[in-house]
Design a protein around this ligand. Sequence first.
Ligand SMILES: C[S@@+](CC[C@H](N)C(=O)[O-])C[C@H]1O[C@@H](n2cnc3c(N)ncnc32)[C@H](O)[C@@H]1O
Length: 349
Amino acid sequence: MTVTLSPRALLSLLANGPKAIDVLRTALDLGLLDALEPGPARLDALAGRFGVLPLRLYKFLDCIESLGLLTRDEPGDEIGATSYRAVPGLRDAVLAVLGPGSIEQDRDRYPWRQLHGRLAESLRGEVGIGAEFAWPPKTAAQTAEFERSMALGLGPAIAAVRGHRDRLWSDRRRLLDVGGGDGTLAAHILDTAPDLRADVYNLPAVAPLVAATRASRGHPDRLGFIGGDFFAEPLPSGYDALSFVRVLHDWPDAVARRLLEQAYAALEPGGLLLICEEFRTPDRLAVQFFWSYFLIGVDSSVSRLREVGFYTTLLAEIGFRHVAVLPATWELVIAYKPTPVGQESGHAG
Ligand SMILES: C[S@@+](CC[C@H](N)C(=O)[O-])C[C@H]1O[C@@H](n2cnc3c(N)ncnc32)[C@H](O)[C@@H]1O
């Protein structure tokens, strides 16, 4: 169900945000969300099952309905006969935001309060986020903290590469994951691609984090690390697949183009280029809200959620062929470096 609220109604919900979260947390903890999702569930049955007062539960469920997360059928004045059904996926969504591994709770530990109430000064450039957060990270502690935080939000990227594993890796031997964090995604890819070897290319300070992932994820021989700085040197060659996962959106258009040109130069003929990040949609912009807010105070990060068409056009301009968008919660953009005429081996390039 998609609910479009008037600005007035949306603002009322936002002003009551902590109460709305309290309602949802309580519904999750009580087990109500499990009962509501298969639906329809009658109020009198729910009240009996959970040992709560029907009239109070009626108001409680109104709170959830006001968020657009519940549908209600109220046949008459007898409230016990009112039945409810949660929107599909509600329990998982509440668990994702309020449970362990929540990116919202993780992001909340960043020093965003330095901007809070001072946004006008921040917009004028008088206030910014202090030295404890740097982009790119500067100290070993910042690097470890940032990459840990990134790995926490990798779920949709992992699901996307898992879902398309055959198409992506069946004819590939060596992958370079550029800006590949602590290697968590590369390890997940290796789980599903037994003939592949993957190297993470990242700033040298990240080496111990990838070593820890290599040890903990059980790919001692197939997960490698190449330390480097993509602004200071060409990308390493010898790879028939190269990925940018949540890397290009960190940089302005001209830099994104330069990185993709570097990738084109580095890839073997027929090589696969993969881009995965949150392409701009209303949903993803909403989930990105924290970074949009926090990075107002961090001028070194552009944080640009782009429409997918930006990349498909750019890849074709650079010379890639067979540009395609593979469906997933975060779609994948793939493209191939052409193989010179006469050297074609039968795969997509
Ligand atoms: C937003 S994080 C994404 C990490 C990972 N791909 C993921 O999705 O979780 C961007 C990555 O780019 C790396 N990076 C930033 N500047 C870099 C540079 N100049 N050379 C190589 N890697 C860089 C960072 O260290 C970080 O791992």
